[in-house]
Design a protein around this ligand. Structure first.
Ligand code: CP
Length: 318
């Protein structure tokens, strides 16, 4: 693998899950693979899990790691082409990305959407420019439309815990106080469709995801109906795709609770974190036996390690 920006960069997701589970059992089996190689982790937005789990994964592989919060610690970066830079931006992404490529063998990059212009966000303009101009393999640490390292960790979690070959997995919208990207929900849908589970998406009217991400999933605005018999429930807020970036309603009744859990097949409850307690997910679920949020967070390490190992093999081995 030379690039990890979406599921389309992965030739065999089941092999990648299997590699991740092997690495979980033997974290240091490939500790020579990254020797004398450098991973750069470049953030335009905040992070806890992605930053620490990817760093830990890299250290397990013997990589050196450099982390930069470019939005706070770097010069203001211009992304438009052909512009006369007589405003507030100081250097162009062409040079900034190119320079980082001089120092790193692999770069992880995080760039959230503006949520102001759907066409711009969904074209992944900033992310694609970074990939083009840095000139080295890139791992998405979450882009405007996708969060594939999270989705891989989620798939690992389900594969480890599922009791049937084809579990029922429900992605349910949850309330929030501000508009959030669709990236986690998009990506989760993409990976669940590929895994060929019994996959259902439920949300209030107006929160349909982009059709290319919904794929073959069943969609309903009736949360109770969706939850019936579910083996796994993935809770996530996202802003509207159709009325782009807007919060249309904020109905508290969509919060996942123990009462709703009774509708399911004693489902494992998932969330990528960070989570707003008492708003997106009840305290009782997060503190109870059905919560899988720490399993998911743990699997972020093995997801990142499997991806970095695959990229290192493609650049190190003949
Ligand atoms: N789930 C996730 O990506 O968390 P961070 O934003 O803290 O990295």
């Amino acid at each position: 693998m030379k690039l990890f920006t979406s599921i389309y960069d992965v030739s065999d997701i089941h092999q990648l899950v299997s590699d991740a589970i092997s690495l979980k059992k033997s974290p240091f089996a490939n500790e020579q693979l990254g020797k004398h190689k450098t991973l750069g982790l470049i953030f335009l937005n905040p992070s806890l899990r992605t930053r620490l789990s990817t760093q830990k994964a890299a250290l397990n592989l013997g990589l050196q790691v450099m982390v930069m919060n470019l939005d706070k610690e770097g010069w203001a970066v211009e992304t438009q082409d052909g512009i006369i830079m007589n405003g507030t931006t100081v250097e162009h992404i062409r040079e900034a990305a190119g320079v980082m490529g001089q120092y790193c063998d692999i770069i992880g990059f995080r760039s959230f959407p503006s949520l102001l212009n759907r066409e711009e966000d969904y074209s992944e303009e900033i992310f694609n420019k970074f990939v083009k101009f840095c000139g080295v393999p890139v791992v998405s640490l979450e882009s405007a439309t996708r969060h594939p390292l999270q989705s891989l960790a989620d798939l690992i979690t389900i594969e480890e815990l599922k009791k049937t070959e084809k579990p029922k997995v429900v992605l349910t919208w949850a309330p929030h106080v501000k508009p959030l990207p669709q990236a986690v929900a998009n990506s989760f849908a993409e990976w669940m469709n590929k895994a060929d589970y019994d996959f259902v998406i439920t949300h209030p009217e107006g929160y349909d995801l982009a059709p290319e991400f919904v794929g073959k999933a069943r969609v309903t605005n009736n949360q109770d109906e969706a939850l019936a018999g579910a083996d796994f429930v993935y809770v996530k807020n996202w802003s509207s795709y159709t009325d782009y970036g807007k919060m249309l309603i904020n109905d508290d009744s969509w919060m996942m609770t123990n009462e709703k859990l009774k509708l399911t097949n004693n489902a494992g409850v998932m969330h990528c974190l960070p989570v707003r307690r008492g708003l997106e997910l009840s305290h009782e679920i997060l503190d109870g036996p059905n919560s899988l949020v720490l399993n998911q967070a743990n699997n972020r390490v093995w997801a990142a390690q499997a991806v970095l190992k695959s990229i290192l093999e493609s650049i190190c081995l003949p």
